[in-house]
Design a protein around this ligand. Structure first.
Ligand code: BTN
Length: 264
C-alpha cells in the first residue's frame, strides 16, 4: 500500500462507537460499495469500513460512473464505503445527513466555502469536490433493519474536468498537503457518530446544519424532469422545495437530479 491509512488508529476510535468494526484497505477493487453490497447479500452484518486506493468500476448516483483523480505515484482521491446494520424509523434525509457530516469535518468553520448540493454532493463554489452514494440491502424479509452502505468519494489531488458534467474541485486547492489517509482519519469517527444520531433522531437535527451549507437555496434551478423554479431549501424530511409557476414542488425522489439554472 503506498499511503499511510492509519487503519489501526481509525479502527480503535471507531470500535468505541461500532463494536466489532473492521477497517480494511485494498490496493484495487471494482467498487468499495459494490463489494460491501455483495457481502451484505451473502449475509454479512458486520460493520466494515473498506477503503480502496483504486477503483476500476466506481459508481455514482443515477447509474453514473465515479472516476477517481489520477496520479501514478499516489492515490489522489479518497474512495471508501462504510457498511453497517441500521434501523432508523425513517430513512429520509440520510444522504443529506452524511453530506453534513463530511462537510463539517473538512471545513468546520466554512472558511473554504464547502457547501452541499442536494441531495448529496460536496461543492466548493459551483464545482464538485465529492459525492455520496447511499445503498441498502435487506437483511431479512419484512425486517426494519437493513445493511446500509455509505460510499464516499472525495477528490484530494488535482483532477481533470474531461468527461465530467460539473467542473471538479479538489481538497489540495485549499489544503495543499492533504492526503487521503489524513482525510479519512478526520471524517470517519464523526461520520459514524452522525449516522448514529440519524438512527436515533432522523433528519431533524441535521436540517439547520444542511441549510447552513445549502448551495441551491435561493437560486433558480432546473430539474432533470424539466421543471424549473426557485429553490427554497430543504424540508424537515430532507425533501427539496422548489417554487415553480405551478406552486411549490416537493422533490424526494433520488431519481431526480437538479442543477442551478444557467444565468442569463
Ligand atoms: C456521486 O457523486 O454520484 C456519488 C459518488 C460516490 C463515489 C463513491 S467512491 C467510494 C464508493 N464506491 C463507489 O463505487 N462509489 C462510492
Amino acid at each position: 500500500m503506498s499511503a499511510p491509512w492509519f487503519e489501526d488508529e481509525i479502527a480503535g476510535a471507531l470500535a468505541q462507537r461500532l463494536p466489532g468494526v473492521g477497517v480494511e484497505v485494498v490496493a484495487e477493487i471494482d467498487s468499495t460499495s459494490s463489494e460491501l453490497m455483495r457481502r451484505a447479500r451473502d449475509g454479512s452484518r458486520v460493520p466494515v469500513l473498506l477503503v480502496a486506493e483504486r477503483q476500476t468500476a466506481g459508481r455514482g448516483r443515477l447509474g453514473r460512473a465515479w472516476q477517481s483523480a489520477q496520479d501514478a505515484r499516489q492515490p489522489a482521491s479518497l474512495t471508501f464505503s462504510l457498511g453497517l446494520p441500521l434501523a432508523p424509523r425513517d430513512w429520509s434525509g440520510l444522504s443529506l445527513a452524511v453530506g453534513v457530516s463530511v462537510a463539517e469535518s473538512l471545513d468546520p468553520s466554512s472558511s473554504a466555502g464547502l457547501g452541499l448540493k442536494w441531495p448529496n454532493d460536496l461543492w466548493v463554489g459551483d464545482r464538485k469536490l465529492g459525492g455520496i452514494l447511499i445503498e441498502t440491502a435487506l437483511l431479512q424479509p419484512d425486517a426494519a433493519e437493513r445493511y446500509l452502505v455509505i460510499g464516499i468519494g472525495i477528490n484530494i489531488g488535482p483532477r481533470e474536468a474531461t468527461g465530467l458534467s460539473t467542473e471538479p474541485a479538489w481538497l489540495q486547492q485549499w489544503r495543499p498537503h492533504a492526503t487521503p489517509g489524513e482525510v479519512l482519519r478526520e471524517i470517519a469517527v464523526p461520520l459514524v457518530e452522525n449516522v448514529q444520531l440519524f438512527d436515533e433522531r432522523g433528519f431533524v437535527p441535521f436540517a439547520p446544519r444542511f441549510a447552513a451549507r445549502d448551495v441551491l437555496r435561493g437560486r433558480d434551478v432546473r430539474l432533470s424532469d424539466g421543471t424549473e423554479g426557485r429553490c427554497e431549501g430543504v424540508g424537515w424530511g430532507g425533501e427539496l422545495l422548489v417554487q415553480t409557476a405551478a406552486g411549490m414542488k416537493t422533490i424526494t425522489s433520488a431519481e431526480v437530479s437538479v442543477r442551478p439554472a444557467p444565468s442569463t
